[in-house]
Design a protein around this ligand. Structure first.
Ligand SMILES: [Ca+2]
Ligand SMILES: [Ca+2]
Ligand SMILES: [Ca+2]
Ligand SMILES: [Ca+2]
Length: 462
């Protein structure tokens, strides 16, 4: 906080390790590079001291525990792990994607810089070295097109650098060819959304340029004949957009955009489509900067025909190495009224929750949830790295654990019908990085990294 106010006060750091002091130096450099470090302090020394003292006096010495949750009702035995030879050690799996058209799995490992395609038996179909690219998302269409999104700089090593790209490949039975770069110079994008927002028959792409201290939410109009205009319509000039989804939430016939912002003024906003690629932002939820939003998913959870959404918050990497477990982390459902208003109906507390897949996994007609955690409680004998929330007839959810899925540190999750039998499989992708790990949990984390799998594919046998 001090760096943003032009204050470099290290008094609280005496006695801290070299690693800690190093990471504070790094953070100062980031704020300076982003041009956000004021040349002069913007407040008096005594004002700064008063703020610091207030926080030190009022912050609890121990993290406030999460609210008690109903114990899990048993194992998620309907998910059966499939075996695979794919498994680079210390994987950084930035993308997992089930391609239902070709019954294949697309993976990207950011440590190797390698894109790999597995067939439905999880045998390697092909593998490409992709220097300078770090894929984080894939979006398929009914035809042979596949859009890919590269974040460029996965680790935010270069603040302000714009190496992100939207790429287009052709697919033939899972094999990729004819790679084209459609957009470049994107600011650490974490998500793309393809939809025709102006109704001219050509899809726009909405890019969540997460950035770091700078970034934006940008819409690139679709061009006649394919591709996107290089000039963006900036929907929001704040950094931190993580994920967006399209739906006509107010029922006026135009597709709107739901966006989650996971940085600074964290929020979930609805961008109502007013026509002509003009949108009006309606903030639905606004949270504090440590809330850690990472994901939203759409679904009609209560089956009333009105679209609802699920929000996931659990990012805990921003205050390395002073991360503490956060009471508020978890998964929440917001029910929609069909006019763009939402009300929270469900909360599942989960430390470090990082992503979710929403499907009717057990085929009983209602939506269920599979979720992962990246920043789970490593002190636990069995950290809760995965949870299956099965919707019950009464509208509540029963939680189920899965031992095999607690053995990885999952960054990515995707679902889809891999084997073509009509139900959705799950794929989890692990990333073993010492990010967001408090020093006293480093040993437990190292053990998990040594043994943890790169991916886990769960066959649906509910
Ligand atoms: Ca609308
Ligand atoms: Ca609903
Ligand atoms: Ca169900
Ligand atoms: Ca299936």
């Amino acid at each position: 906080m001090g760096f943003f106010l032009g204050v470099d006060d290290r008094t609280a750091l005496s006695g801290e390790s070299e690693r800690t002091r190093g990471s504070i130096d790094l953070r100062k450099g980031f704020v300076e590079t982003a041009g956000l470090y004021p040349p002069q302090p913007v407040l008096e020394k005594k004002e700064w001291s008063a703020i610091r003292d207030y926080f030190i006096e009022n912050a609890p010495a121990e993290a406030i525990p999460q609210e008690t949750k109903t114990p899990s009702v048993g194992d998620a035995a309907g998910f059966v792990p499939l075996s695979t030879k794919y498994g680079p050690p210390y994987a950084i799996t930035s993308l997992v994607h089930i391609d239902e058209r070709s019954r294949s799995v697309l993976l990207f490992d950011a440590r190797l810089g390698r894109l790999t395609v597995l067939d439905q038996e999880l045998e390697v179909l092909e593998s490409h070295l992709s220097p300078g690219v770090t894929l984080v998302e894939a979006k398929a269409f009914l035809d042979d097109r596949l859009h890919l999104l590269s974040i460029g700089d996965l680790f935010a090593a270069e603040i302000g650098a714009k190496y992100g790209e939207v790429q287009l490949a052709k697919t033939d039975n899972g094999k990729l060819s004819g790679l084209e770069v459609l957009l470049e110079g994107l600011h650490r994008p974490s998500d793309m959304l393809l939809a025709d927002f102006d109704g001219d028959g050509f899809e726009e792409v909405v890019v969540s340029n997460f950035g770091e201290y700078t970034g934006n939410l940008a819409l690139y109009p679709g061009k006649r004949g394919g591709g996107f205009a290089s000039e963006a319509v900036v929907l929001n000039s704040q950094p931190g957009a993580v994920k967006s989804e399209a739906f006509d939430f107010d029922g006026d016939g135009r597709l709107d955009i739901l966006v989650v912002q996971g940085h600074a003024r964290e929020n979930v906003s609805l961008y109502l489509n007013r026509g002509g690629l003009e949108f009006e932002q309606r903030v639905l939820l606004e949270k504090h900067p440590g809330f850690g939003y990472v994901d939203i998913e759409l679904g009609d959870f209560n089956g009333d025909g009105k679209m609802d959404f699920l929000a996931v918050n659990g990012d805990n990497a921003d205050s390395d190495p002073f991360n503490t477990l956060k009471r508020d982390h978890g998964i929440r459902i917001y029910l929609g009224d069909g006019s763009g208003n939402f009300e929270e109906s469900y909360f599942y507390p989960m430390y470090g929750a990082f992503g979710a897949a929403v499907e009717d996994f057990d085929g009983d007609g209602d939506l269920d949830i599979a979720a992962i955690a990246y920043h789970s409680d490593f002190r636990a004998e069995r950290p809760e790295n995965f949870i299956y929330l099965e919707q019950s007839e009464e509208g509540g959810f029963r939680s189920r654990r899965l031992e095999a899925a607690d053995k990885g540190r999952w960054l990515t999750i995707n679902s889809g019908d891999l084997d073509g039998d009509g139900d959705a499989e799950i794929i989890l992708g692990a990333a073993y990085l010492p990010v967001g790990i408090p020093p006293e949990q480093m040993d437990a984390y190292a053990e998990l990294s040594r043994r943890g799998p790169a991916i886990l594919v769960l066959d649906n046998q509910w």
